[in-house]
Design a protein around this ligand. Structure first.
Ligand SMILES: Cc1cc2nc3c(=O)[nH]c(=O)nc-3n(C[C@H](O)[C@H](O)[C@H](O)COP(=O)(O)OP(=O)(O)OC[C@H]3O[C@@H](n4cnc5c(N)ncnc54)[C@H](O)[C@@H]3O)c2cc1C
Length: 387
């Protein structure tokens, strides 16, 4: 896709997003965060505007637009102060189904997700394994009749209460019995209310309405149709999802960073404790200008990664670079905005400190930036791996 076409596509997605943010705004999102209620009206409006259909090819009833359109929706929603986590999780989970699932799974799971009738959480992280997800212990053992019996625990599972389905990553062969630790891992799609699945809310305060859960699987029986792709070969489908997730997360951070800079600029134009607006002091202006420059650069890489992904190219390198640059640039942008606001940054009503937990978190989750740098060191620089 030519760069003019990318900009046109981003522009049309932003217009559709305005149809949501014009009705449900940052005040609504913060109210839902305070009350703990799910932002169902926001997701319904996103579905009405066709945003859940983005990124799925027309042949499956989707609106097309690829990862560029999905990233554009995430960036614009985030810039409006309402990053839609369930949209991000659903877009990302269904990439794995589109990549490796059967046509029946596409019909059953991807098609209803186009209108948000079906949404997904993504269950990978475990208490012991953490970042080293190949060390996961959750087991899915094939039974004589072809079904799978699942036992184990996942943690930090976002939106597990809200999403009606879950994409689960589990070991079908123990780590000790495989040659490469990426082998023996499989993906399953299951309804949230499957017998034997239970969950407990974790006390995570990241200033978003979606909550995180510890999820237990106690002798959960899954039919053979729950398996996505080939048994033991789930990692390839997962990486298809993970590359797209990195780009969507990059777009999410860019939206928050852009929002923070815009708020700080408006404040620095008005605030004048010495008579002149503080924005005229270079010590206030330069961190904001530097943040702007870094956001512009990170944004170019993010949409280039999306464009390469959509063209079927090897998008791993650019996706990782985009996640790193965008999350760091946006973190610096929020930090500069905090400094420019002085003490009022910490007044919740100014809605600046409220951006901080999320932007800080996105340097750690879904993948910490140390692991992103590990990827760059190993795959782009060719350095040996230490872990
Ligand atoms: C709000 C929130 C939402 C989340 N949502 C989900 C979800 O929906 N689904 C899901 O599966 N998970 C989810 N997670 C989990 C998240 O992906 C993990 O927290 C993250 O991957 C890091 O794992 P960990 O917390 O176990 O950190 P650890 O693995 O304990 O790592 C701690 C730190 O050590 C460093 N580190 C670790 N390994 C290396 C290494 N090899 N090289 C260099 N440094 C390293 C990093 O700085 C890292 O931050 C969520 C977490 C949070 C807080």
């Amino acid at each position: 896709m030519a760069s003019d076409d990318v900009e046109d596509l981003i522009g049309s997605v932003r217009t559709a997003v305005e149809g949501v943010t014009g009705r449900w705004d940052r005040d609504y999102y913060r109210e839902k965060t305070r009350t703990g209620d799910a932002p169902v009206e926001m997701y319904a409006a996103m579905a009405e505007q066709g945003l859940f259909a983005l990124g799925v090819p027309e042949e499956h009833g989707g609106a097309g637009g690829g990862l560029v359109a999905t990233a554009a929706a995430m960036e614009a929603m985030s810039e409006a102060g309402m990053p839609p986590l369930l949209f991000s999780l659903t877009s990302f989970a269904r990439q794995a189904i589109l990549h490796s699932g059967s046509s029946q799974q596409v019909t059953d799971h991807v098609v209803p997700s186009l209108t948000a009738e079906r949404t997904f959480s993504f269950a990978m992280t475990e208490p012991e394994a953490g970042t080293n997800s190949f060390a996961m212990r959750t087991r899915a053992d094939r039974q004589a009749d072809g079904s799978y019996r699942v036992n184990g625990q996942k943690v930090f599972i976002s939106g597990a209460d809200q999403a009606d389905h879950m994409l689960l990553v589990a070991r079908t062969t123990p780590a000790e019995s495989v040659e490469r630790k990426a082998d023996g891992i499989s993906l399953f799609v299951l309804p949230r209310d499957t017998a034997g699945v239970s969950m407990d809310r974790m006390a995570i305060d990241w200033k978003a309405p979606e909550k995180q859960f510890s999820v237990w699987f106690d002798d959960v029986l899954l039919p053979p149709e729950a398996l996505v792709g080939e048994e033991g070969k789930g990692v390839a489908a997962m990486f298809q999802s993970l590359n797209s997730e990195r780009v969507v997360i990059a777009a999410w951070t860019l939206g928050l960073g852009t929002r923070a800079v815009a708020k700080a600029v408006a404040y620095a134009r008005e605030r004048a404790p010495w008579g002149a607006p503080i924005g005229s002091y270079q010590s206030v202006a330069h961190p904001l200008a530097r943040a702007k420059a870094q956001l512009v650069a990170a944004r170019l890489v993010t949409y280039e990664a999306a464009r390469v992904f959509d063209a079927g190219g090897q998008a791993g390198d650019l996706s990782n670079v985009a996640k790193y640059l965008a999350s760091e640039a946006s973190y610096a942008a929020v930090d500069a905005a905090l400094q420019a606001h002085g003490g009022s940054a910490f007044d919740e009503d100014s809605d600046i400190v409220t951006l901080w937990p999320m932007i800080r978190l996105l340097r750690i989750a879904p993948l910490n930036n140390e692991m992103v740098l590990n990827y760059i060191a190993e795959h782009i620089l060719g350095l040996p791996r230490s872990y």
